[in-house]
Design a protein around this ligand. Structure first.
Ligand SMILES: Cc1cc2nc3c(=O)[nH]c(=O)nc-3n(C[C@H](O)[C@H](O)[C@H](O)COP(=O)(O)OP(=O)(O)OC[C@H]3O[C@@H](n4cnc5c(N)ncnc54)[C@H](O)[C@@H]3O)c2cc1C
Length: 323
């Protein structure tokens, strides 16, 4: 066994006889508490519980660590992928090349009672923020209570439920640009539409967001609305098995779930992936599903809906990697 010596220790190639394999070791970013780890299975970090490894993975706790991670990847010419709670993602089985930066540990929040502003780090769970606002009697986030994503992912996705969405409350967000500068974007800059924002498909990373709520509301009413929203979701949606929530965007005519249910696809299964019985716009990982099972089931549902309804269903879930 020999080591190539012209690379940093962490990235040396190891030659096993005639076979060459890369056996990288974790990289500690100097001056930080941050470690960049090789070959991290992303199934651990997505709500579908499927997906191959990130070539490199980092979950910084501070902005400086995000910047250091950015610089590290840029110096090596590695592509970067942003990850929140992974609750709207289908990661391919082969995994993701380059550096996957998870913002899940960018956690801080501030409630300003005078203005009704909440400023939260990208990694704050949006549902937790909704409960904290409700307990204070602040109105505006009751809809977000059952959404298992982060603030960052929800800003990008324009997450929504119960006829409300993130665009209704966003004031501004701080984003990190690919050149390493931090810019404040106002709500209008996001060009928000149904589950869509200008940040989708871009390489800008959300660091924090500020929302405007109504702090002078009645606590018992806000709590009641929040609790009711959660109960309604739990009875109408399958929370007991891994999923990504709604797989398809709702077309204007009818809810995607209704269109799928009407053509008898509830319970239809490919490998370990199944169209949920409780809500036909959910695909569940019933155990042992591969990303490709889910991908194939998405395609099958699209084909059937197209055939029966002459409608092209568009996925809401984001696909990462090669399928
Ligand atoms: C059971 C269940 C129920 C759900 N119900 C709803 C619902 O009612 N309404 C709804 O809208 N959604 C719902 N979802 C989907 C999902 O929770 C939302 O889309 C959520 O906002 C995604 O946030 P995330 O942090 O998990 O983002 P991820 O899934 O990690 O990422 C989503 C996209 O945002 C990007 N991204 C994530 N974080 C950042 C960041 N900090 N900076 C830049 N880009 C970033 C990713 O690259 C990706 O393109 C549900 C999901 C599940 C599993």
């Amino acid at each position: 066994m020999t080591l190539s010596s012209n690379l940093p220790q962490s990235e040396r190639l190891i030659y096993y006889g005639s076979q060459r394999s890369l056996t990288p070791t974790p990289v500690h970013l100097p001056g930080t508490d941050c470690t960049i780890s090789p070959e991290v299975p992303l199934a651990h970090y997505t709500s579908f519980r499927v997906g191959g490894p990130a070539q490199w993975y980092v979950a910084p706790r501070r902005w400086e660590e995000v910047l250091e991670s950015f610089d590290w990847a840029k110096a090596r010419g590695l592509p970067m992928t942003h990850l929140g709670a992974g609750s709207n993602l289908l990661v391919c089985d082969r995994g993701i090349p380059g550096l996957v930066i998870s913002t899940r540990h960018l956690r801080h929040r501030e409630f300003d009672a005078e203005s009704g502003y909440i400023t939260a780090g990208a990694g704050e769970p949006i549902a937790r923020l909704a409960w904290q606002a409700a307990k204070r009697g602040w109105r505006g986030l009751e809809w977000a209570v059952g959404i298992p994503g982060t603030v960052g992912g929800s800003v990008v996705m324009n997450a929504g439920a119960h006829a409300r969405c993130l665009a209704d409350v966003l004031v501004n967000a701080l984003v990190l640009l690919p050149d390493g500068t931090i810019e404040q974007l106002e709500a209008k800059d996001f060009d928000y539409r149904y589950r869509t924002s200008a940040l989708q498909g871009s390489d800008r990373l959300v660091l924090q967001a500020t929302f405007k709520l109504q702090p002078d509301s009645t606590r018992s009413q806000v709590m009641a609305a929040t609790t009711q929203n959660l109960q309604q979701r739990k009875t109408s949606q399958p929370y007991h098995l891994p999923s990504c929530g709604s797989v398809f965007r709702n077309p204007q005519s009818n809810a995607a779930g209704w269109l799928i249910e009407q053509i008898g696809l509830k319970g239809y299964q490919i490998g370990g992936a199944q169209v949920a019985h409780r809500h036909a716009n959910f695909i569940l990982n019933c155990g042992g599903a591969k990303a490709v099972d889910i991908f194939n089931l998405i395609h099958y549902v699209q084909e059937q809906v197209e055939r029966h309804w002459s409608l092209s269903l568009q996925p809401e879930v984001k696909l990462l990697g090669e399928f």
